[in-house]
Design a protein around this ligand. Structure first.
Ligand code: AMP
Length: 271
């Protein structure tokens, strides 16, 4: 992959990378379509990265469908699918890790210890291997996008990071590879997340600016049987906790529906 990346760069081609863990859905496809628009060579990476999963998380059962993914990738105009093995990515126990502090203090950071180190490190490795000019990520993983942007800035990586809006099912559920875990009953209850964000957004539109009250209005929309991991309102850029919304803020939710942990978020921006 690196030799190919070097050759393409030497030929003056603009390389775009869309990193994924596979089991592609329309959210991924929207990233691929944007990638197709932004460069000459579109690369999708498909790699279920073990170092970003905690010991009690779903690494072993994470859904996979390489044949289906390659069909969708072809349909979206992908030139190369980079599908490395774990042994190829981690040929020796790594002694080096990328840690982005501060941005990882809240939200998923404390609930998934080591997760963002795993993400930042594997994305740094993918950047070195693929050598993209542009890399595209979804705002669905809002904190991840912030972490990647900051890593790129702090480490002078020569990659333009592009964020894309959350793609949702018709009823509002944010698309996720993990939605496949949901039973029909859980699928209904999973709507709690987007409803909670909608409730807070309605309160915000009606003039509410107090963080605790906005979070409370979101919490009030969570259905029985859904276990909230966190609902937090933070500065949209620094991800620091705020008491009131004076500049763009992100309302982020993580919740367990059955055994499945889902996330969603919405930016609340005063006009
Ligand atoms: P994943 O395969 O879940 O690691 O996701 C790969 C990329 O797709 C990440 O940048 C995600 O933020 C993005 N993504 C996942 N779901 C969605 C969605 N519903 N809308 C937009 N982007 C998404």
């Amino acid at each position: 992959m690196r030799i190919r990346g070097e050759d393409l760069r030497r030929d003056g081609r603009v390389i775009v990378l869309v990193p994924t863990m596979g089991f592609l859905h329309d959210g991924h496809v929207s990233l691929l379509r944007e990638g197709r628009r932004r460069g000459d060579i579109l690369v999708v990476s498909i790699f279920v990265n073990p170092t970003q999963f905690g010991p009690n998380e779903d690494l072993a059962r994470y859904p996979r469908d390489l044949a289906g993914d390659l069909d969708k990738a072809r349909g979206a105009g992908v030139d190369y699918a980079f599908v490395p093995t774990v042994a190829a990515m981690y040929p020796r126990p790594a002694l080096t890790r990328v840690h982005v502090a501060g941005l990882t203090d809240g939200m998923c950071g404390p609930r998934r210890p080591g997760h963002f180190d795993g993400v930042a490190t594997v994305v740094a490795k993918l950047f070195h291997l693929v050598q993209p000019h542009v890399a595209i990520f979804g705002e669905k993983d809002y904190q991840q996008l912030g972490v990647i942007r900051r890593m790129v800035a702090d480490l002078d990586m020569d990659v333009e990071v592009v964020g894309m809006p959350i793609v949702r099912e018709a009823d509002g559920l944010a698309m996720s590879s993990r939605n496949v875990y949901l039973s029909p009953d859980e699928r209904r209850r999973a709507l709690s997340l987007s409803r909670a964000l909608g409730a807070a957004e309605a309160a915000f539109a009606a003039g509410e600016r107090d963080a605790a009250r906005l979070v409370a209005s979101a919490t009030g929309a969570i259905a029985d049987g859904v276990r909230v991991d966190y609902i937090e309102l933070r500065d949209a850029e620094s991800l620091e906790a705020i008491e009131a919304v004076a500049r763009p803020a992100v309302l982020a939710v993580a919740a367990f529906v059955g055994k499945t942990r889902l996330i969603d978020n919405r930016v609340l921006a005063p006009t």
